[in-house]
Each structure stands twice: as structure tokens, then as C-alpha cells.
Design a protein around this ligand. Structure first.
Ligand code: HOZ
Length: 431
């Protein structure tokens, strides 16, 4: 028997590992938790992505959230093409930045002012510095399994790649920094109340993913959101909604509009840049005026508000404002979840799924988890087998049991039905 020639994906992965640690520029992409060779993508069109071997997949990752319109949307591409010919970066203000700042503050009523940055990590890191500068306090409260990017104070019991690889707190974070981060259980208002009772006058900020998308998807309880808002207000702490994932994804009003809670600061990324490196943080004027050059809290970036990224963001934000956009996206995402659950039930598989707007969670468990511990108790091996079966059938889900999934406006009913049919066939094969 002759050995099979390595696929182009395999060849590229071999080559990538020579000069790129682990062959990837962001850990979850390496497929380490699901096993196998990561796909190298070369093209995207609407709901579909094509790998280096020329195979097309229906994409439920959407670049981890930004591609809400699908890949290579003609209006976004046209906006980028029109912008690039005028120059790629100036490191100076441009009119387009005012346009997107005005739009963001219109769409997100809790934001009086906004600052543009280049990544979600930068947005959350800067929002925390600002909250500390504003309150003159050091302590930061975050929740188990929430991931807010990879700055030092946030890599404590974090989700996403850290949870995927079973090491929720990163190496290289000085103890002196980590000790200013208090980690509490998600969806536990009592634990939060006790923390504020114990040392409320030292807490600068509470940062939260209002819907967690980095330990699979966990929806918040109304009591948890209410307690967070009330306790931070009572104790003079800043409530930061990290909407990098949920922003313009769960609805035009983002999670804060969806649940009717007004945070003091918010962070955005992913959809705001339509696939380009653009992110933002913003909130109450009295807090935002503490940022340099108005105030003493320093924050800067050569590529902040990059004109090409802003052009992509503006084109994307224009399209998501179309009437019925989020209603249609939500229905599609729910159809996917309901279809997968029905298929699993038919074959007696313990499986649950849920969505909030255009993001969803899949769980190999009897019901949708509401806590970090319940997520950890889901059957990860069953997910990994499902992931590979679906990939073989041409349906690309996130290569980790601890990441949310995303549907785009470009996904057709027929594509979603085909994904459900593939899952049904896989579940049937398990008997
Ligand atoms: N942190 C992202 C998922 N929550 C993964 C980013 C990437 O690999 O592109």
C-alpha cells in the first residue's frame, strides 16, 4: 500500500511550524483540542470558506464573529477598495473617524464618547486602565470563563484558548498584577454581593461578557445583570460590558440593548470592523474625559482609527441597520440550533443548543449550561467527534468545545438545512 501524499493543508501546516510557534498566530486555530490538521483558508464568499485543498465549507465561525454579512460582501469590499487608493495610514485624524464615532454613539446610547483602537484586547485593556484612573482604585472583578483579550490582568481563569487548552491562567503574568484581579463565578449574584460587601471601596471595575462567547455560549440571568448594575453603582465602581463578541451581533442595540442594562463603559470589536482590525471603547463623558489628551490616563496607537479599517466598519454598520436584519439573523440561527437539537433527540443523543441573536452555543449535555462548572462538565470528546464528522461533511464549526458559533446574513435556509441533515446523518451513525 502506498502512503497517501500529504494534503496542501498538511504541507502548509508543516511549513508554518518552522517559523511560527505552533504554526498559528492565535492558539485555538491550531486544532490542538479537536485534533488533526488546521485548515488554511484561501478564500471566502458569503457563508462559504475554501481551504488550501480547494474544498468549500459552510462557515459557522465567521472569523470568530466579525463576518456578520458573510465573507467578501460586495459593499464592504467596494468601500475598502475605494479607501485604499487614498493611502493606508496617516497617523493623523481623518473625517471618517468622526463619522464612525458619531454612528457608534448614536447606536449605543450608553456611549457619550468613544475611542477607536485596533483590537478587542486593546479596547478592554484600555477600558480597565481608564476605570482605574477614574476611580483611583486597583481591584478588577472578572468572571470565570470570561475572556477579555490577552492583557495581563485579564488572563486569570479566562476562557477561549486558555480554557480550550485546560490552562485558564497564563504563564508570564506577574503575581503582583494577577492579585489585583478578583475572579468570581459567572451568573452568581450572591458571590458578587459578598465581594462588594467585603472590599467594595477598592473595586475599580467589574468587567463582563454580557453573553459569554468564550466558554462556549453562556447566557446571563436577569438577576446577575441586575446585581452587577446595582452593586457597581452603589459602590462607585465602573461597570464595563465587554461587547467585543456581542456588539452588533446579538442585535443592533448589542447585549446592553437586548437586556436593557446600561453599562458605564463598553468595548467593541469584531463586527465594528467588518473583518478589519478595528475596535473601540466608550461610555460616559465624565469617564471618557479622563483619557489623554483631555485627562491623565494614557492610551495611544499609530493604527488607531485606521482609515481602511474604518471604511470596512462603516460599510458593515450601514448594512446591519437595514430593517429586519437582526430578526432574520436570529431566526436563521435559531433554526440551526432547533434543527440540531431535534436531530440529536431523534437519535437519543444528549445534546443542547441555544442562540442569542446571531451567536450560538452547542453542548453535548442534557441542557444548556448556565455556569462555568456546567460547561466544563459537557462531553468534550463527543464534541470533538462531532466537529470532525461535520468538517468531513463540509460544515466548519469552531475547533473548540469552548467557543461560541456565528451565523451570517449570507447563510441561506438551504445551507442551514444541509448542516442539520449532515448532523442528523452523523448522529444516526452513532447507533
Ligand atoms: N480568541 C478568539 C476566539 N474567542 C480566537 C481568535 C483567532 O484565533 O482568530
Amino acid at each position: 500500500m502506498t502512503a497517501q501524499a500529504p494534503s496542501r493543508n498538511q504541507q502548509l501546516f508543516e511549513r508554518a511550524q518552522r517559523h511560527i510557534p505552533g504554526g498559528v498566530n492565535s492558539p485555538v486555530r491550531a486544532f490542538r483540542s479537536v485534533g488533526g490538521t488546521p485548515l488554511f483558508f484561501q478564500k471566502g464568499a458569503g457563508s462559504q470558506v475554501q481551504d488550501a485543498d480547494g474544498r468549500w465549507y459552510t462557515d459557522y465561525v465567521g472569523s470568530w464573529g466579525p463576518m456578520i454579512l458573510g465573507h467578501a460582501h460586495p459593499e464592504v469590499i467596494a468601500a475598502v477598495q475605494a479607501a485604499v487608493v487614498d493611502g493606508l495610514s496617516f497617523g493623523a485624524p481623518t473625517e471618517r473617524e468622526i463619522e464612525i464615532a458619531d454612528l457608534l454613539c448614536d447606536l449605543v446610547p450608553s456611549m457619550d464618547m468613544v475611542r477607536l483602537v485596533s483590537s478587542g484586547t486593546e479596547a478592554t485593556m484600555s477600558a480597565i486602565r481608564l476605570a482605574r484612573g477614574f476611580t483611583g482604585r486597583d481591584l478588577l472583578v472578572k468572571f470565570e470563563g470570561c475572556y477579555h483579550g490577552h492583557s495581563d490582568s485579564l488572563l486569570v481563569k479566562a476562557g477561549s484558548g486558555l480554557l480550550t487548552f485546560g490552562n485558564p491562567s497564563s504563564g508570564g503574568v506577574p503575581a503582583g498584577i494577577a492579585e489585583n484581579t478578583v475572579v468570581l463565578p459567572y451568573n452568581d449574584p450572591q458571590a458578587l454581593a459578598e465581594a462588594f460587601q467585603g472590599y467594595g471601596d477598592k473595586i475599580a471595575a467589574v468587567i463582563v461578557e454580557p453573553v459569554v462567547g468564550n466558554m462556549n455560549l453562556i447566557a446571563p440571568t436577569a438577576e446577575f445583570l441586575k446585581a452587577m448594575r446595582e452593586l457597581t453603582a452603589q459602590h462607585g465602581a465602573v461597570l464595563i460590558f465587554d461587547e467585543v463578541m456581542t456588539g452588533f451581533r446579538v442585535g443592533l442595540g448589542s447585549a446592553q440593548g437586548h437586556y436593557g442594562i446600561t453599562p458605564d463603559l463598553s468595548t467593541f470589536g469584531k463586527v465594528v470592523g467588518g473583518g478589519m482590525p478595528l475596535a473601540a471603547f466608550g461610555g460616559k463623558r465624565e469617564i471618557m474625559e479622563k483619557i489623554a489628551p483631555l485627562g491623565p490616563v494614557y492610551q495611544a496607537g499609530t493604527l488607531s482609527g485606521n482609515p481602511i479599517a474604518v471604511a470596512a466598519g462603516l460599510a458593515t454598520l450601514k448594512l446591519v441597520q437595514q430593517k429586519g436584519f437582526y430578526e432574520a439573523l436570529t431566526v436563521k440561527t435559531r433554526t440551526l440550533c432547533d434543527g440540531l437539537v431535534a436531530a440529536a433527540q431523534k437519535h437519543g443523543i444528549a445534546f443542547a443548543a441555544q442562540n442569542v441573536g446571531g451567536m450560538f452555543g452547542l453542548y453535548f449535555a442534557e441542557q444548556c449550561p448556565t455556569t462555568y462548572d456546567a460547561v466544563l462538565a459537557c462531553d468534550k470528546e463527543a464534541f470533538n467527534r462531532f466537529f470532525h464528522a461535520m468538517l468531513d461533511a463540509g460544515h466548519y464549526f469552531a475547533p473548540s468545545a469552548f467557543e461560541a458559533g456565528f451565523v451570517s446574513a449570507a447563510h441561506s435556509e438551504a445551507e442551514i438545512a444541509a448542516t442539520v441533515a449532515a448532523a442528523d446523518a452523523y448522529f444516526a451513525s452513532l447507533k
